[in-house]
Design a protein around this ligand. Sequence first.
Ligand SMILES: [Zn+2]
Length: 443
Amino acid sequence: MEDGRRALPYHRKGWVLRQSGIGGRWSRRSASLFWFLVAALLTVPERAPAADEDREPPVLAYAARIAGDRARTRIVIDLDRKPTFEVRYLERPDRIVVDLPAFTFAFAADDLKARGLFKDVRFGAVDARSARIVLTTERPAQLALAEVQADEGGKGFRLVLDAEMVKREVFDDLVKRQAWSGGKAAVGAEASEAAVAAARGDRLGTSGAVPGGAFVIAIDAGHGGIDNGAIASETKTPEKDITLAFAKALQRRLAREPGIFAFLTREGDEFLSLSERVTIARQHHANLFVSLHADKLRQDNIRGATVYTISDKASDRMAAELAERENLADTIGGVDLASEPAEVTDILLDFTRRETQAFSVAMAESVVSSFEGQVALINNPHRFAGFRVLQAHDVPSILLELGFLSNKEDEKVLLDESWREKIAELLTAAIRRYREPVLANGG
Ligand SMILES: [Zn+2]
């Protein structure tokens, strides 16, 4: 197997060496410098050497950007033409390799500075006919999406590489599979379906594999580990314990529903970044994501449940402030949010597709109708804001504030086991109602 580390630190090497061989008198270094300057000055890619006149000119990669975190990272490269490409996975160190035809990389190396899942990003020519991108990963990762998309304006194309964290077994499986298929790796979730299923057992505890055709629900207990969430005013109970108790009660209740399989994003007192929560839900093919919370407000007289869906524009000030505070969870856990460029938020939000959004809203409304007359709701109980934990583009997601730990009455019910069971019952009814139209359509 070819070693990806040979991929060039410097994008013209292959071609320059060929030229300096012809040039003779020049030192390799001054020849490199000369041709680098020539390449930099020409807006049109260099003319191919005479023997290769019939060859296609290199694909021009004129801009690039990278965004994301340790759970998911996206690379976008703007191109003048549509290239073919192949993806491979290499071990020790773990790398994702994208093999390309001849490319002219005309953007600054800093535009693809390693971040998120990648600790090293390299790109360059391999020889006159091929180029390569080598992504060395911080932890096992796979490309959930790798495709060339046409720009909306019809101006050009872009290569989109969406990497996401996977378990070690899944990555090992990707490496093994491509050995059988002559070096090429399939891209996307399907590539490792079997490995995901195999790896599922330990993540999901003793419950093991998902029964075929089940409606899968990811129950996300807010906060955890170093991130306590809010602290109850009277009993000083941390929000992370309350959310986990509710998550477990809901999972137990849903286990009695036919055709439903519910799992927890965290089963103990552990820290998960918001992006990891979303990624875990997506990797288990969740049909629904429910994040549970019990936050604090400055106004201690406000009580009752609220259901949130994602939106880049908040429904009101309270929703905006809550989302802002919830999104800080990553900072508490040491995820460096400060270094995220502003465009990251946009890129992440653009994962949220309209169709998924409509389902999220339907689920939120179903929860509100289940709760009405049964438990205290705040006024306008369905609200929206830019919660990062609700950003899965293909999993309808809601965030449920069960009540507020800043309010004494809410605190009392939030710690009451029978109230917890009642909420689990009402949420189960809401999920049943939400599924009705889906079932009617045979989905
Ligand atoms: Zn919270």
